[in-house]
Structures are given as C-alpha cells and as structure tokens.
Design a protein around this ligand. Structure first.
Ligand code: GAP
Length: 554
C-alpha cells in the first residue's frame, strides 16, 4: 500500500511517497518518490504515479494472459513491443512527449542485446575470415556521393493517401492501381500520388547541404581504393561496415521492423567480373522461392542451397554461397531455421543498381518479410563514382596483370533491428509449468550473462557475492540481485534471458563454492569459486555441457 509521509528537514517540510511491502515475512517500507514541498501538489503527483504503476502492471498481466493461452507459436508484434518496453529492451523515442513515429530507444537490456548481436556479426564476418576487413564511415558525407549513387534521383517511394481512412502509405510504382489500403482496404487517391524521396536533408555549415546516409554501402564504395591499398587486399575480398542509416519512411510500422533511423550490417563483396566462387557452399537446407515459382504462383520448395544452384534456380555460385553463409549465422546463434526462406526478387522489384537479388526472409507474425537483401550490384557503384569523381578506382589484378574495375557479386545487407526481432521472437517462450516467460536467447546474445544472488542479506553471503560480482564484471555484464525471494529472482532473470544464476548460500561459506542454475532446464550444479570464471566462459562459449561443468545438485 502506498501513502504520503511528511518529513521535517532543516526547518523545511518535504513530502514523500512511501510503500509498505511484506518481504520474507517482514513488513518493510520503501520510498517510491519525492513529491515536493506542498501537500496539494504532493497529492496530485501521487495520483499520477499510482495511475502509471497500475497501467504498467495491467500491461504485464494482459501480456502474460495472452501467453498462457498460446503456450506455443509467436506473439504478435504489438505484444512484443509491450514486452520489450516492460523489460527495458526498447522504448518509443521521446515517450514522455507521446513518442515520435519511426524512432526508438534501446533500454538497458536492449543496448546489451544489440551490442552483442553486432559483435557476433563482426566476429563471424570480419575476425573469422581473411578476405574481409571493416570500416566505419561517416554518417554525413559529400553530397555528390548520393548523386553518383542514384539516390538523389531514384531513391523514392510512391506516396499515396487512402480515400477512406486518410492514412498515408508507401507503395512501389509497380503497385499503383493494383493494391488497396493496408489499414482499411480502401482505395488510394491515385490522382494525387507523388514520388517521395526517402533521404533526410541536412544543413552543413552555414550554406552547405547534404543528406543523412540512407545506406552504409556508399561509404564502402567511396573508400574502396583506400581500403584495398592500405590493407593490400587481393580479389576476391569484401569490406564490412556496421552503422546507422536513415530513411524518411512514409509509413514506419510494425514496431522496430520499419523505422526512420536504424542500423545496417553490410558487406560489399568484390570479385573480378565473371570469376567463379572459390568457396565450398555451406550444406544448408531451406525453403527456396524463386522469381519463376512466384510468377507461376507455385509454393516455395524446401531444398539444399547447393541443389538449387545445380538446378539453375540460383544462377551464381557466389549467390548460393552468401545465402547459405548468412542463414548459417542465424542458425548458429539459435534462431529457428524453420522460420527462414530465401526469395528471389521479381524483375519489377529490383533496385535501380541491382541485376539480381535474393532476400533472406523471416516468418514474422505479420507474414514473410525481408530480413536481409543479397543483391548483385555488378560494377554499377564503382563506375558511377569513377564518372562523378573523375578518379580512377581500378585496381591491379595480379593474375591477368591488368587494371580492372571489380564487380560486387553480392551485397549481404541486413538491418540490426530486424535481426534483433528475429532473435527475440525465436527466444520468447511461455513456460506453463513455471508460469513464466523464458527468453531462451543464445548465451552469446543474452544481455546479462549471469545474475549473482546472496541467498539472504547476511554479511558473510554478501561479501562473497560482491567479490564474485567484482570478478565476473571485469569480463561481462552481470547483475547483482538481492531483493525478493529466490524464485522471484530466477523468474525475473528468465524473462530477460539471463542464462545462468549464481547463488551464494551457507555452503558457499564453508566450501568456497556456489550453485549455478541453468535458465532453460532449471538444473543446478555446484562449482568452486576459484573455477567459476573459467567455467562460466566455457558455458557462455558453448564449449562445455552444463551437466559436465560441475557437481549436480539433487
Ligand atoms: N545497401 C543495400 C540496402 O540498403 P535495402 O534492402 O534497402 O538494401 C537492407 O536494406 C536491409 O536494411 C533490409 O533488408 C532491412 O533489414 C534493413 N532496412 C531497410 N530499411 C529499413 C527500415 N526502414 N527500418 C529498419 N530496417 C531497414
């Protein structure tokens, strides 16, 4: 129960909102907020605080109710947004002002998951390969870059307004006259349809003007020769980049699926025009949906990517290689392979620079949607930049002993936010027995790697727990949690995907060991404190099975 208390400090009166709670059998008082110096204001403030507390609680209750009925299957994108807000993953940007369409903030859990995801992408694509190096280009660059790339003239959607509900939508040029409003099924006002360039203009200095980059790719092209020369790269090779991109989307929607500010993880992979793929195609099987299958209105077919190449469904070895490689990245990090397919763009869908494009798609709760585009850009961009800058971007090819302009055979380009959603959807489980949401994230992605609990607040337990926290936090983001019952602390950590909970109890004082509890199975083992860091590292890197990491607790 919450109530107002008045405190007299140094002759002044101050009002606070307190709450009594029964914790471990004892009633404890906690101060919730400072309410000011005046009783009337304090009462008003209290009403507001209690109202927002009730709203948050009822959102959580509604979400849990829905999950109880579902047990399996995905939750809706709206429910995912509620969950992400409640647990500190993603908040509407400028929420206290009513939010700002297409912009989102990542909270304490979200920023950790997002950073882990980007780190894993960089490790897989840059550290673990000898043919790819990275850059970090500027967000605002020379305006001529966007003229040369074609974005100034062609990077636009068709802006239409529904005659019935008056909502604005974006459609592709090819869809004009063929599609209806997504919100109400009404007809679009086609007479007033207009081209809408998606780039954000920015003022630079007093009179200059440029754009926020709508893709990270162009910085790779403009830096191409500098990278090749400074890193002595030989074809075939790639340049990778992770960073912000901005698009003034007409209708941002589906939570963080389509935003105005987002991040991309992109690779431009350069080859000598026509050179064959030199890598073995990863042995991956998945749903394949070619342009021909779509035109014939037949269903996607499950097949090995290698087979799709042999059968001529995928035309180039390089394309098959990159599609399988990207799919494997998701699989390795625990995404459900059944939710993925590859789909070829039909002729009228191809971007202005692309001669062939396959998307890696994911089965979102609102349907199959693009997760990653893997386009063949040929030498379009390098030759455009040669033309506009007047600079020679050709490089010396040792094999043919001549200067050549390389070709981008594949451009794996993926949004961080869409990948974030994939891992969240595939990790989200409601456990009926535990009556709790369990976020079964791969430990490498989990925001918090371990949570450390002294079983009760007692100096000797807290001393060990704090030492453990100080040691583990040198390497990972770990939590120290001392409030509530052990069951509540486990449940709280299950919901945010913490893979391991470490408890310090009376045996820890005698034996200098702790229990580790596994999120997915709730099994527990005892591990000596002197081995804890090593063991946790092995568990997080999936180098050891949980059962083999310590002595089982019966
Ligand atoms: N350089 C190529 C390129 O930018 P794209 O298909 O326009 O290609 C690549 O974008 C990826 O970026 C998409 O597959 C998607 O994951 C992400 N993306 C694009 N627009 C987005 C938006 N408005 N919000 C969130 N992610 C977006």
């Amino acid at each position: 129960m919450a109530f107002i208390v008045k405190k007299k400090i140094g002759g002044g009166e101050y009002f606070y909102l307190n709450e009594n709670k029964r914790i471990d059998g004892k009633v404890k008082t906690k101060t919730l907020a400072y309410l000011g110096k005046n009783r009337k204001d304090a009462e008003e403030k209290m009403k507001k605080i209690l109202k927002s507390k009730i709203e948050i609680k009822s959102e959580a209750k509604q979400e849990t109710k829905k999950m109880e009925n579902k047990n399996s299957g995905k939750i809706s994108i709206e429910d995912m947004a509620v969950f992400c807000k409640r647990k500190g993953f993603v908040f509407p940007s400028g929420e206290i002002y009513g939010g700002f369409a297409g912009f989102w903030d990542f909270g304490p859990m979200g920023v950790e998951l997002k950073n882990n995801l980007k780190k894993e992408w960089w490790k897989y694509h840059v550290y673990q390969r000898r043919d790819i190096v990275g850059i970090d280009g500027s967000i605002i660059t020379h305006p001529q870059v966007w003229k040369a790339s074609g974005h100034v003239d062609s990077f636009s959607d068709v802006f239409v307004v529904c005659k019935k509900c008056k909502k604005a939508s974006k459609i592709d040029k090819a869809e004009l006259g063929k599609v209806k409003c997504d919100f109400c099924g009404g007809e679009f006002d086609e007479k007033n349809a207009k081209d809408f360039n998606l780039m954000f203009k920015v003022q630079v200095g007093e009179n200059g003007e440029s754009y926020l980059r709508p893709e990270t790719a162009q910085l790779i092209f403009t830096d191409f020769k500098l990278v090749q020369e400074s890193s002595r790269m030989k074809l075939p090779f790639g340049i990778a980049q992770i960073g912000k991109a901005f698009r003034n989307e007409i209708a941002p929607r589906d939570f963080i699926f389509r935003n105005r500010e987002f991040e991309q993880m992109e690779i431009e992979y350069f080859i000598k025009q026509g050179a064959d793929c030199i890598y073995e195609i990863p042995d991956e099987k998945m749903l394949v949906y070619s342009a021909e299958m779509q035109e014939k209105k037949s269903n996607p077919e499950i097949m090995k990517i290698k087979e799709a190449l042999k059968m001529g469904i995928i035309k180039k070895g390089w394309h098959a290689y990159w599609l399988a490689t990207q799919f494997r990245w998701f699989k390795n990090l625990g995404a459900n392979p059944e939710n993925f397919r590859i789909r070829q763009h039909k002729k009228d869908e191809l971007a202005h620079y692309s001669s062939d494009c396959w998307d890696l798609e994911y089965n979102f709760p609102f349907g199959w949607k693009e997760l990653e585009g893997i386009a063949d850009r040929k030498d379009y961009d390098l030759s455009q930049h040669e033309k506009f800058s007047g600079k020679d971007l050709k490089i010396f090819d040792e094999e043919s002993r001549e200067k050549i302009l390389p070709s981008v055979v594949c451009e794996p380009s993926i949004g961080v936010e869409r990948s974030f959603l994939v891992f969240m959807f595939d990790a989200y489980h409601y456990d009926k027995k535990r009556e709790n949401i369990i976020l079964k994230l791969n430990p490498r992605l989990s925001p918090i790697k371990a949570s450390i609990f002294p079983i009760i607040k007692k100096d000797e337990f807290e001393k060990i727990a704090k030492d453990v926290f100080n040691d583990l936090s040198l390497e990972w983001k770990v939590n120290y949690d001392e409030s509530g019952s052990i069951g509540r602390r486990y449940a709280r950590n299950d919901e945010i995907g913490t893979p391991y909970c470490i408890t310090i109890d009376d045996k820890s004082v005698q034996n200098k060991d702790v229990t580790i509890r596994d999120r997915n199975t709730t099994k527990q083992i005892r591990v000596k404190i002197s081995h804890l860091k090593d063991m946790l590292r092995k568990l997080l890197n999936e180098e050891i099975l949980f059962e083999n990491a310590g002595k089982a607790v019966k």
